[in-house]
Design a protein around this ligand. Sequence first.
Ligand SMILES: [Cu+2]
Length: 176
Amino acid sequence: MNVQTVRYFSTLIRAQGLRIHMRKQESSMRSEAISILEVAAFSLVILASLSVPFTQNARAADIAIAVRDNFFDPSTQTVQVGDTVTWTNLGVHLHTVTSNPSGPLSSGDMAPGSGTYSFTFTSSGIYNYKCIYHAALGMTGTITVVSGVPEFPSMAFAAVGVLVMFLGLVISRRNR
Ligand SMILES: [Cu+2]
């Protein structure tokens, strides 16, 4: 064995040692990454549960009701909190959408053929209304507003969060 060969082997051994050392560091970094993952997943679950009241009916709908001579079509409609109802006068007479006996609905005169009136319902309840010109002819309607169930975003976040947390626990247990 000459000096060069010895030098070569010692370099090789040192490199191997370095490699093992780096691998150890890598695995400690990996378990650190797992605990970060767990914290992130946990935060996601907390965030999701906190955001439930705010994401109710996240996909607020637009509901159309036709105003005809002389009835509302449909005359009864159930919507969720946050939904917007738009009435369109498709008749040849003036009509109104007016709370009955009192309430927030007040369209004023809706022009025949094109007049529209929109209202966004922000609290649950039963909203009776009428056309002030044709109520006596039975031109009345009811909107029932119900509070929405937690929708896709928060439910999905919670599910993904729980899954990631579970996987993180399993992986970190195996690596210990
Ligand atoms: Cu009318």
